[in-house]
Design a protein around this ligand. Sequence first.
Ligand code: ATP
Ligand code: MN
Length: 554
Amino acid sequence: MKIIQDIYICILTNVCNNMSFPSVALPATQLTTLGIDASVNIHYQLSVEQLIEDTICTGEGMLSNNGALVVNTGQFTGRSPKDRFIIKDQTTSDTVFWNDFNIPMAEKYFHIIREKIQSYLSSKEELWVRDCFACADERYRISIRVVNEKPWMNLFASNMFLRPAEEDLENFVPGWVIFCAPGLKLDPAVCGTRQSNAAVISFKYKTILLAGTGYTGEIKKGMFSVLNYLLPQRNVLSMHCSANMGAKGDTALFFGLSGTGKTTLSADPNRMLIGDDEHGWTNHGIFNFEGGCYAKTIDLSEEKEPDIFNAIRPGALVENTPFFPGTNKIDFSNRAITENTRVSYPLDFIRNAAQPAIGNIPDHIFFLTCDAYGVLPPISKLSKAQAMYQFISGYTAKVAGTEAGINEPKSTFSACFGAPFLPLHPGKYAAMLGDKIEKHQVQVWMINTGWSGGAYGTGHRIKLAYTRAMISAVLEGKLDGITFDTHPVFNMQMPVSCPGVPDSILNPAAAWTDKTAYDAAANRLAEQFINNFEKYAAGVSSEILAAAPVMNTQ
Ligand code: ATP
Ligand code: MN
């Protein structure tokens, strides 16, 4: 295996050369500003190949047969929303919408945790530091300095944020600093945390503290949460969505919670990829916050998702995905570590990525839901009021876990399809989206990427090829002359036919063999929507309220 690794390092040295970063030293004064001891050896702005080498040398990663770096993120293989805190201070106390996701923390704990992280990182022989940006639209650009205990987490930052040009580094002033200390365990009694790990955001000190977790997604979603607070104040709608653009510059957005298909469906060989997860909508158009993608890899296949499959190459960072025994070939079906296996790669690893990652005002918006109850139509057209109702509801239903005995779908309602990342009241984002949909006459569609013909267990997941065909049909105007039926409970408009999709699945009731069971399931889901919406009822217009599903009582 050692020989194989050496061979790949050789290959990498050649392949990665064009990805190299300039070697610039971080001035010592900058280090003391960070509170890190001057004795630590700082690897600043290393090239991708150097980071890969450092990871392999520290025994923390292996190269796959296609040259991607494969690592384990440790105890945490997903985000830990219950351990995400926002420092409650003069600016945030009245502006942040404090809830189960925006958990307040007193400022004194910020100082305690930051000091713990600084002294922990100062005890290390070496650290990896990287300067980068967020926001492809330069008017909103934010400079970020990421300080890492692990070289592969530094590679994640390089893949996911915007990579600065050499001249950008000369006078780089970090607007925000992200400290990552996965090996540091916090004492909750001292640090005001729930347990030994925490993600802490301070808007006053423009700092994100990550301790006790090696899950890289905390880095990107931490910064996303920051932008979701800052950008609406500058009249930019921040959104948890993917985006792509056709040859004529026509842009589409895909909102959806985790696992609903944002990354998968935005990678479309016929359209330019703008981004797979986080975007802003200005008065002029849309822009990506990030410089890379973070794709799920569970059951990834070249046949179904060729663009993502081919992005797994030198420079890509694959997480928590085992090899086939005795080889360095990735086993994408292996769930031994987690279901949430991932890969990060720079945006331009996707063949037709937009450069810069900016697009026009969207023509179409898709709300993606993975409805494991098999109730919602695979595609439906929403009125403006229905769109607002669905956006505020933010519905999906997953199959809960893979533990023995648990195979019931479980619904999630997450406002604006992203409540864990939204520091402001969801009404703020919803109002901005409503205004933009109205002003630009944007058509909104609901796409169920989940079950058809029955709930999980009876029915089956809608084929990816069909979902892609439905989206293409909309974007190519092929549903324009088609007849639509109204769903009896949810009232959205369902096309009776769609190129590339069997008619029989377009009306969900028709796809179920037991129609009475379908009606009962639709009513049960409607009831969940109605109950969930109660908390918003007082704050929305009667028009939006009237877009609620109507339970069929006969
Ligand atoms: P996250 O916010 O966590 O990044 P995401 O919305 O980007 O989530 P994807 O990474 O696109 O979600 O995951 C969708 C998963 O569902 C993929 O693994 C994809 O292969 C699978 N899938 C199966 N059937 C479909 C379908 N009909 N449409 C979309 N995705 C499907
Ligand atoms: Mn994604």
